[in-house]
Design a protein around this ligand. Structure first.
Ligand code: ATP
Length: 644
């Protein structure tokens, strides 16, 4: 039985639902009791019939009572199902919501060491096991304990101790068989699940990477891999089917041994006059009724064991505290006007579990409105620095300042509200393009009223050269959903993706992802940029966000950004000189250290890494095979090409 510590995270739910569960158990016990009366009624009638004293009204009365009991049992079953199984289902719903909310509070490092599949397994298998233990587990436990005891009492009163013991002889065998058979079944079921999950992973991987498979003509190899995986899945399923098929007939056969023994010894007791025919008939019914609680006894151990193992796995996650905390400070914007917007003071950072720091002794300041670039070899620490600024990882106290406040003193909101980020991976959700751009401003379900107002935020006007007429006025669709607004479009226009969006038949309503359109790498990047622009924060972070667009588009986007974000601060990571050359300050990172800094002209004069990179890219441009138009939306990443 689960101990208090095991139930600690379920307590609030159990407390709220205790009367439901208790009510369900009471109804279940009443039903069990009522069911035990029926054999007695039949037995009594059988006695009257045997004595030839039964009247028509005796028969009708018995039928009436049996029907009445049947109606009560059916009604009671409905209610205990609602109260017990319904509550268990609600627990499943409640736990899943809590788990989802909790896992979202965990910091990036949790997701570094735990696969998405692990979280999925918790939210599916484990939550269901707990709900199972609470629902059907409770029913089995009550049945196993209560029906067994009550049936035995009824058997003793109906016949005698000797006959009861004889009839009971095979019952422990049934309970043991179900207990061990159940364990074996659980093991096999786990193997079936693993085999199935491997097979689905393989299928998903193959079709996600189908272009690579086809390019390398690996279809036969993949087919063989799939066949092996499918064979295993079939084998594991068959072993479960065989066990399932063998266990239940065996249990029934052993159950019939009880019946045989009862007929043999009970028949003799009737002949000897120790019990009446009616008692004999009722006794046989009770023997039949005993096999379910015996099976339940075996099952319940498994169900509860499984449920408690799942609950302790869930508890481990619920017990996890975020690996770092946010401060509480929520200063009004620009309270420290004199302070730099961002300041790093001797920032050194080592990833958890790593020996070498990813960033070493970084000191720099960024003023409000500045456009600052980070450039450097792959693995130099550029993304790490950006992630530390948004506190995706925690830095030591006194090393990062935002508006003059130590980042570690600021609340999550005070930090997150300042940044709009275009990350390297450009993740887009399987929603419409509009929903993706709107992402930050999408109201949650319970704040739907804010939806219209959220769309009215507008970016500073962008001088759009590609499509001069911005057509869509803000409209509310038939279904009350807000249509693209000027600001969503101007964000898309600034990101140079508006025309392409309009070229899709569904325009901004185009569904992305598995069930929708797949955007090219460059289109994804630009939708991500539009999302960040629509976010309209003080500091824009572009992490290699223009790598998949051609240099001409890049130039246009940068011009739009300069116009749209004139008073905003931008932090741009890139491998291309063309992206960063107009920035107010460019920092070159080498192995986590700032090795060069200054404007484009100053860095060229310095004659170091930056100059070298510039010469190389100039040469590539001249040869027409560099990082220019050729890369563009073809998806060729320029990072590798420009690396010295
Ligand atoms: N989650 C992590 N755990 C441990 N080490 C990490 C982690 N993320 C990055 N690193 C390491 O930190 C160093 C800096 O990585 P980072 O991603 O910041 O480089 P980068 O300059 O952005 O590279 P790129 O230009 O390829 O994006 C690398 O050595 C990398 O292997």
């Amino acid at each position: 039985m689960p101990s208090g510590a095991l139930l600690k995270h379920l307590k609030p739910f159990l407390k709220r639902k205790r009367w439901h569960l208790l009510g369900g158990v009471i109804i279940l016990i009443i039903i069990d009791l009522l069911q035990l009366i029926t054999p007695r009624l039949i037995g009594a009638l059988a006695d009257l019939l045997a004595q030839k004293t039964a009247t028509r009204s005796d028969i009708l009365e018995t039928i009436g009572l049996i029907l009445g009991i049947a109606v009560l049992v059916a009604t009671g079953r409905y209610f205990w199902r609602i109260l017990i199984i319904g509550t268990a289902r609600e627990a499943e719903y409640w736990l899943r919501n809590r788990l989802y909310a909790h896992v979202q509070t965990l910091r990036t490092d949790y997701f570094n060491v735990n696969k998405v599949g692990d979280v999925m397994a918790l939210a599916t298998n484990d939550v269901v096991s707990v709900s199972h233990a609470m629902g059907i587990g409770t029913v089995m436990l009550v049945d196993a304990v209560f029906i067994t005891i009550m049936t035995l009492i009824f058997m003793l009163f109906t016949a005698d101790l000797q006959l009861t013991l004889i009839a009971l002889l095979p019952m422990p065998v049934i309970a043991t068989l179900v207990l061990y058979g159940g364990r074996l079944m659980r093991k096999r079921f786990k193997r079936v699940q693993e085999a199935f999950s491997d097979m689905t992973d393989l299928t998903q991987e193959t079709f996600s990477g189908i272009r690579i498979v086809k390019t390398y003509t690996r279809e036969p190899f993949q087919r063989e891999r799939f066949k092996t995986s499918n064979d295993l899945n079939y084998k594991e399923n068959m072993s479960l089917v065989k066990l399932w098929g063998g266990l239940f007939p065996l249990v029934r056969t052993i159950g019939s041994v009880s019946l045989v023994l009862t007929l043999l010894f009970g028949g003799r007791a009737v002949i000897d006059g120790r019990i009446s025919v009616g008692a004999f008939v009722a006794f046989i019914s009770y023997v039949g009724m005993l096999s379910w609680p015996m099976m339940a006894l075996g099952w319940v151990v498994n169900v509860l064991q499984r449920g408690s193992a799942s609950l302790s796995r869930l508890n481990e996650v619920f017990d996890l505290k975020p690996s770092y905390t946010y401060g509480t400070l929520e200063p009004p914007k620009a309270t420290h006007d004199h302070a730099p917007l961002i300041e790093l003071r001797d920032l050194t950072f080592t990833y958890p579990g790593q020996k070498t720091p990813a960033l070493k002794h970084l000191t720099l300041t960024i003023q409000k409105g500045e456009k600052v670039a980070l450039i450097g070899r792959t693995g130099a620490g550029k993304t790490t620095l950006l992630q530390l600024l948004t506190k995706a990882w925690a830095s030591a106290n006194g090393q990062i300042y935002l508006d003059g406040y130590d980042l570690n003193q600021l609340s999550a909101r005070a930090i997150k509200d300042r940044f709009a980020v275009v990350p390297q991976d450009n993740f887009l959700f399987s929603k419409t393009i509009e929903d993706n751009i709107r992402f930050y401003h999408t109201p949650s379900e319970n704040t739907a009223g804010e939806k219209a107002s959220s769309t009215q935020r507008t970016l500073p006007t962008v001088t759009v050269t590609t499509t001069p007429e911005i057509v869509h006025p803000e409209t509310i669709g038939k279904n009350g959903i807000t249509k693209p607004t000027l600001s969503i479009q101007s964000a898309a226009q600034a990101a140079c993706v508006h025309d392409e969006i309009l070229s899709f038949p569904e325009g901004y309503d185009t569904l992305l992802g598995e069930r929708g359109v797949n955007l090219s790498g460059g289109q994804k990047q630009r939708v991500s940029i539009a999302r960040a622009l629509f976010r309209d924060a003080d500091i824009l972070i572009l992490d290699d966000a223009l790598s998949a667009v051609d240099t001409k588009t890049e130039e246009t986007i940068l011009r739009h950004l300069n116009e749209a974000l004139a008073d905003k601060t931008a932090l741009i990571v890139s491998h291309r000189i063309s992206t960063v050359k107009d920035c107010d300050c460019i920092y070159v990172l080498t192995d986590g250290e700032i090795t060069e800094s200054g404007t484009h002209a100053e860095l060229l004069d310095l004659g170091g890494y930056y100059r070298d990179l510039y010469n190389r890219q100039q040469l590539e441009d001249k040869l027409g095979s560099g990082t220019g138009a050729a890369a563009g939306d073809t998806g060729i990443t320029t990072a590798e090409e420009v690396r010295p």
